[in-house]
Design a protein around this ligand. Structure first.
Ligand code: IVH
Length: 704
């Protein structure tokens, strides 16, 4: 092993840790994002080539890639308790009296902190390295989710050589959360893809931490705030506040919203101050935590069986309001889903003026027995989108009629359908219903799809209303109408020129984004990328059956069915043909990855369950690199079923019935050429597959 390589790995590791600290804690950057990504890619490549030199806390671990089949559990060295809750100022004053009595009137201070609404996490640091992350679990024992925690970008994998000296082993506790803008963005994407929405940021964070594939966790962009320091024996700090300061100095993220308070009046001031201001924070908060600052005094006060006597949580009441329901509008989305929206008399709530509230679906309207003109109660909790929680029946106007859910599409009059198992009514007229067509166009030109300069959602909507465009392919006929366009109000020649150039440039947008832009239900950005990389051309993709599609990593059964059905529709094939004629990219350019051997040529595999040495993605890639095929369904023609852990019994039964041999991961790996046999090729492959370079890109802003 060349010592130069080892030195380079160490230097890159240190530089990247330093840059991460600067970026996430100090909000500064010495390098551009591209330079950062290049350094990360270089480290990933070196680690892939020299796996022996890769460290568990390498900055490349931020992008994920490890699979944990089942999280082991670990006992907490110090139990993870919860806090007593209060909802009133009177309760807080009582708490203060109890504390002062317990301390026999000694001088004391509080620390007030925001109560972050996420998932509690216990982090063990050993010799400055992040060693373990454990969830709260039942307070005594939690799940070890270290690999998932390593993807949290503002959390230091190793500590800075600064601040007070620290013990060799200690624990940091804090909250893992999904920043609100990330939550909003992920839900927008989900909505656009017709997927179920995440209920609130807390569920989103806890769901993300339980994912088996840490690369998927990385994509959820979770963040961490530290709020406690624990070490064996007596703490090296006298006060909680000095521990918080030390944590910051060591590079741990501590929200700078905390404050020392000498009296309960100051505590109440803090509570009032953050009542509204907390909505400006990028993290959901549901209250204030008040802690006795001095550790000895904490010890003196002690604990009840469930919670410390030296701390308490003040919970803000869920912001509720009462206002009049003026109307219900029915919105038709891109996939035809009809969503009822309550139009309200404007009412101030949780820092904003609320004019609309989600009514979710027909069931909810019926359950609330809503009438137009009713006075309704509106609540804005962790859900962000306000919801109607009830009706003030006493204030119901005389003669008002219950809301009758439409049976026909409010936009095009087509009878609505309600697919089995779905909560939403849907307009099935996907080729004639104007809001659906318009939303499809808006999606096609959107930033993550074709990103057409000079043609935003508003303009394309206007063109649609004027009958200038009807579908994605018709956009490319716009240059022929340039003169007509230039006559339109607020458009002019310059804008038209820009639009025409934008359309031309969009012909270079790679196939995966075109595919995403087609708006096939459930085919989001990632799935489109995977499908494009796998099939490379639209023809190959269109020819694939649902079970074949389902064998592509990240593509589940529902997605596969939806994509296969889409390519069965003659009208969709016609759209694709017209896009091709317009010059849009319908195949990936550049070299396809070269096969390394034909050892598995003619053999078909099904991969099922969770594997130990490689992820399913990796195994699939390996099989294909050696000439084999991977499919999703078990048939007589199948060569092998590769069984991992937790494979469903149905697959095993079917394979046994059809006499398909069942093998394990090791058997599969043994079928491949030994490393020595194709050494050059193996090294090439390692170099060509850094961990997902894309998700290594740092997003904007210090938190995200
Ligand atoms: S201190 C002994 N500080 O609230 C308990 N907890 O019931 C020490 N939380 O699930 C907890 N923000 O995860 C503390 N600034 C903060 C907090 C906080 C949120 C959560 C914590 C726990 C719950 C307490």
């Amino acid at each position: 092993m060349s010592p130069d390589i080892e030195a380079r790995i160490i230097a890159l590791t240190e530089q990247l840790h330093h840059l991460n600290y600067q970026y996430y804690q100090l909000d500064q950057s010495e390098v551009t994002d591209q330079e950062f990504d290049a350094l990360l890619a270089e480290l990933a490549r070196l680690e892939a080539e020299h796996p022996g030199l890769a460290r568990p806390n390498s900055p490349t671990k931020r992008v994920g890639g490890t699979i944990t089949k089942q999280f082991p559990t670990a006992e907490h060295r110090y139990p993870m308790l919860s806090l007593g809750n209060t909802y009133s100022e009177a309760d807080l004053r009582e708490f203060d009296e109890r504390v002062r009595k317990g301390l026999e009137g000694a001088e004391m201070q509080y620390v007030c902190e925001l109560k972050f609404d996420g998932v509690a996490m216990s982090l063990a640091y050993e010799h400055d390295q992040l060693a373990q992350g454990v969830t709260r679990g039942d307070g005594t024992r939690g799940d070890v989710v270290t690999n998932n925690v390593r993807t949290i970008r503002n959390l230091p994998l190793h500590l800075r050589p600064a601040g007070p000296t620290r013990p060799p082993g200690f624990e940091v506790r804090g909250e893992i959360f999904m920043p609100l803008p990330v939550f909003a963005e992920l839900n927008e994407e989900r909505e656009a893809n017709g997927e179920a929405l995440l209920a609130n940021p807390r569920n989103a964070a806890s769901g993300a931490l339980k994912l088996q594939d840490s690369a998927q966790v990385a994509a959820r962009r979770l963040r961490f705030y530290a709020y406690s320091f624990l070490m064996p024996g007596r703490s090296q700090f006298d006060t909680h506040s000095s521990a918080l300061e030390a944590l910051s100095a060591w590079g741990l993220p501590v929200s700078d919203t905390w404050r020392r308070c000498a009296t309960i009046e100051q505590v109440l001031d803090f509570v009032h101050e953050w009542d509204k201001k907390r909505f400006e924070l990028p993290v959901a908060t549901d209250g204030i935590v008040i802690k006795v600052d001095d550790f000895r005094q904490q010890e003196l006060l002690g604990y009840t069986s469930k919670s410390p006597r030296w701390a308490i949580a003040y919970k803000y009441p869920a912001e509720a309001g009462r206002t009049r329901l003026q109307a219900v509008q029915y919105q038709v989305g891109r996939t035809g889903a009809v969503t009822p929206v309550a139009m309200l008399e404007p009412v101030p709530l949780a820092g904003t003026v609320v004019k609309r509230a989600s009514l979710h679906n027909a069931n909810q309207i019926a359950a609330l027995d809503l009438h137009i003109g009713d006075m309704v109660f509106v609540e804005k909790g962790g859900e962000i989108i306000p919801k109607i929680t009830g009706v003030d029946l006493e204030a119901r106007p005389e003669g008002s009629q219950p809301i009758v859910y439409p049976t026909e599409c409010p936009a095009c009059g087509t009878p609505l359908i309600r697919p089995e198992g779905e909560a939403h009514f849907r307009c099935p007229n996907d080729r004639g219903c104007p809001p659906q067509l318009k939303a499809k166009l808006e999606h096609f030109v959107s930033r993550k799809a074709m990103d057409i300069d000079g043609l935003g959602a508003e303009t394309v909507g206007r063109f649609f209303d004027l009958g200038l465009v009807t579908d994605a392919a018709s956009l490319y006929e716009l240059p022929a109408k340039a003169e007509e366009l230039a006559q339109l109000e607020r458009l002019g020649e310059k804008s038209v020129q820009r639009l025409v150039a934008g359309l031309e440039a969009s012909k270079q947008v790679p196939f995966d984004r075109v595919l995403f832009g087609l708006g096939i239900r459930y085919v989001g950005e990632t799935v489109a990328e995977k499908l494009a990389a796998h099939y490379r051309t639209v023809e190959a993709l269109a020819a694939a059956t649902a079970p074949e599609l389902a064998a592509v990593p990240e593509v589940g059964g529902v997605i596969a069915e939806s994509a296969a059905a889409w390519f069965q529709e003659p009208a969709n094939l016609d759209l694709v043909a017209r896009l091709r004629a317009a010059g849009v990219q319908l195949a990936l350019t550049g070299e396809a990855p070269q096969p390394q051997s034909d050892r598995l040529a003619g053999q078909t595999f099904v991969l099922s369950g969770v594997f130990e040495q490689h992820s399913r993605d990796e195994l699939q890639h390996l099989i294909q690199q050696h000439g084999g095929k991977v499919t999703g369904s078990i048939s007589k023609k199948l060569s092998f079923l590769v069984a991992g852990d937790k494979m469903g019994p149905a697959k095993r039964e079917k394979a046994t019935e059809l006499k398909v041999p069942i093998i394990g991961e090791t058997d599969l790996l043994a079928m491949l050429p030994k490393p020595g046999e194709t050494e050059a090729a193996a090294a090439d492959e390692a170099a060509a597959t850094p961990p997902d370079a894309d998700s290594g890109t740092r997003a904007q802003g210090s938190l995200f």
